[in-house]
Design a protein around this ligand. Sequence first.
Ligand code: AHR
Length: 321
Amino acid sequence: MTFRALLLASAFTGALFATGARAGDLTIGFSQIGSESGWRAAETTVSKAEAKKRNITFKIADAQQKQENQIKAIRSFIAQGVDAIFLAPVVATGWDAVLKEAKEANIPVVLLDRDIDPSGKDLYLTAVTSDSVHEGKVAGEWLASQVGAKACNVVELQGTVGASVATNRKKGFEDGIAGHSNIKIVRSQTGDFTRAKGKEVMESFIKAEGGGKNICAVYAHNDDMMVGAIQAMKEAGLKPGKDILTVSIDSVPDIFKAMAAGEANATVELTPNMAGPAFDAVIAYKSKGTVPPKWIQTESKLYTQADDPMKIYESKKDLGY
Ligand code: AHR
């Protein structure tokens, strides 16, 4: 094949490696957590599309929320001799043994959207995540900007216990409201990142807080739990977005719909495209030996009702959420 023909071919089949190998030669396994939220579903859809763009053979194992299933999937990817493994770790601890196995097999691991404990830092190539402490801080600061000096009791819906993003989003929010002694988190419980549990926990918060009269704001670690909480508030005769302020994280289409209806106030965006930068890092690493930074940080952006939520809903609704 002539060089020109080779160039033309590479334009169609993906990146041409310096070594002559192509992106299409790579097989990558992804241990995905499950489908607990709209954001997670979008991440899976976007990952497949990003793999296709690069002509990568992409194998996804759905762990149904269980770490043991993720460990099994990683072992199976190692046995298959994949070129790299992506891992969205459901919790932060308990990975060292299996990640050592991947390292011994010379298979680079890339963390997607969640982190693991620092003890595992040498066991993965890079992590593509947002700054989840910052996300919580943005949410807390937004709330502080809205309530001013008014006393405000907040109820918090936490994500999955032990997940880095749950720990970090809690801490970040607390940082964001620090110095505002009028704002207090009066109740905080996990809703496991799901709509159903978000609703259930919010119902119990409303009962415990005078039918909701004592609640000034809800902070949820993801939009799906907030969508469930909005439902609980409406069923209790409350007006979410007005009687009770809401702020959550992800920016899924349904939260923009709620914002457009005046039933939600703010959301911090988490891009579902973690895999795109991860594929590029693996391709550069495999083809040129380029070692990526330990953390590839994705952007976090705050949206409020002032941002034309219906337009954002329209732009996002067909993206796999
Ligand atoms: O790790 C990212 C979080 O996981 C998302 O915010 C949440 O929706 C998902 O379940």
